[in-house]
Design a protein around this ligand. Structure first.
Ligand code: NDP
Length: 295
């Protein structure tokens, strides 16, 4: 009766990928341009290799050319910078993504600074983040995961303006840009982090909660305001003897409790996760459209 609406990120992402594919063929037919995304994998992390492979497949499925480069673990920072500047100069590349985290001997700030801001489809360049934070400025790109969260709210017709929003987590890639985006959409935003006292009291006031912490089931149903909208970014492995892999993935928010209290909740998996790659494809398409002045 009072159970929450499930926000189906998998379905929305599928719809968005369909729209992107249509736009890409329209652009190709009209001006002969195919968007290109360069994905740079640095080092030997298995998880990073998997993400890169998924991004490549997602590109192919919508008609984006993907250029993949593997920079070996023992490479110098300069070798990675050279690879980035090659793509900065290549007109067939409209987006450049350096898969994080980098090996410890490389300076992340220096590397992210090297990506041309007009190809910064991850939205991590300090100029893009700075513009996101400033009134009256427009970033060329917005980070994909927080952008996906807002897109879910829009596609479900959930009003943001004037609402109280709480973002849990303040990382550069999710929490911080999510809070900036909500503020740009005229929400009143509070950020909860690991040093926040009585987080449940603050979260309980929120009409919209975006959680990006990385702690399984941390947010309980009793912490939520009745009717709140909950966007759960967390992806946390928990032991599960019944699963063939021995584990399964759950969110930061206790889903079974949240659906009894909230008005809408994203599941994990199948919520924010699929939206991240969809937003990467969307950023790559907008980049190609922008350079070629195609509308
Ligand atoms: P980080 O570890 O970089 O940041 C976690 C944030 O949570 C920090 O700001 C930290 O606070 C805060 N935090 C930690 N513990 C608590 C606590 N007990 N109460 C309140 N706040 C706390 O993580 P990310 O932002 O990179 O990722 C967050 C989660 O989202 C992870 O589960 C990750 O797997 C997932 N994720 C999912 C993506 C997707 O769906 N595509 C993409 C990216 C991430 P402090 O700053 O004080 O340390």
């Amino acid at each position: 009766e009072n159970a929450a609406k499930v926000i189906d990120g998998k379905e929305v992402a599928k719809q968005i990928r369909k729209e992107i594919a249509v736009e890409i063929s329209r652009m190709k037919d009209a001006i002969g341009v195919v968007p290109g995304l360069a994905v740079i994998l640095v080092g030997d992390r298995k998880d990073s290799a998997t993400y890169v492979c998924n991004k490549k497949k997602a590109c192919e499925a919508v008609g984006i050319n993907s250029f993949e480069v593997h920079v070996p673990e023992n490479s110098t920072e300069q070798e990675l910078l050279d690879s980035i500047s090659k793509f900065n100069e290549d007109p067939s590349v409209h987006g450049i993504l350096v898969q994080l985290p980098l090996p410890s001997h490389m300076n992340e700030e220096k590397i992210l600074n090297a990506v041309g801001i007009e190809k910064d489809v991850d939205g991590f360049h300090p100029l893009n983040i700075g513009r996101l934070a400033m009134r009256g400025r427009e970033p060329l790109f917005v980070p994909c995961t927080p952008k996906g969260c807002i897109e879910l709210l829009h596609r479900y017709g959930i009003e943001i303006k004037g609402k109280r929003a709480v973002v849990i987590g303040r990382s550069n890639i999710v929490g911080m840009p999510a809070a900036l985006l909500l503020q740009r959409e005229d929400a009143t935003v509070t950020i909860v982090h690991s040093r926040t006292k009585n987080p449940e009291d603050i979260i309980k006031q929120a009409d919209i909660v975006i959680s990006a912490v990385g702690q399984a089931n941390m947010v309980r149903g009793s912490w939520l305001k009745p009717g709140a909208v909950v966007i759960d970014v967390g992806i946390n492995p928990v032991e599960d003897a019944e699963s063939p892999r021995g584990y399964r993935l759950i969110g930061d928010v206790c889903y079974e409790e949240a659906i009894e209290v909230a008005s809408a909740v994203t599941p994990v998996p199948g919520g924010v996760g699929p939206m991240t790659i969809a937003m990467l494809l969307s950023n790559t398409l907008s980049s190609a459209k922008r350079v070629h002045n195609f509308r």
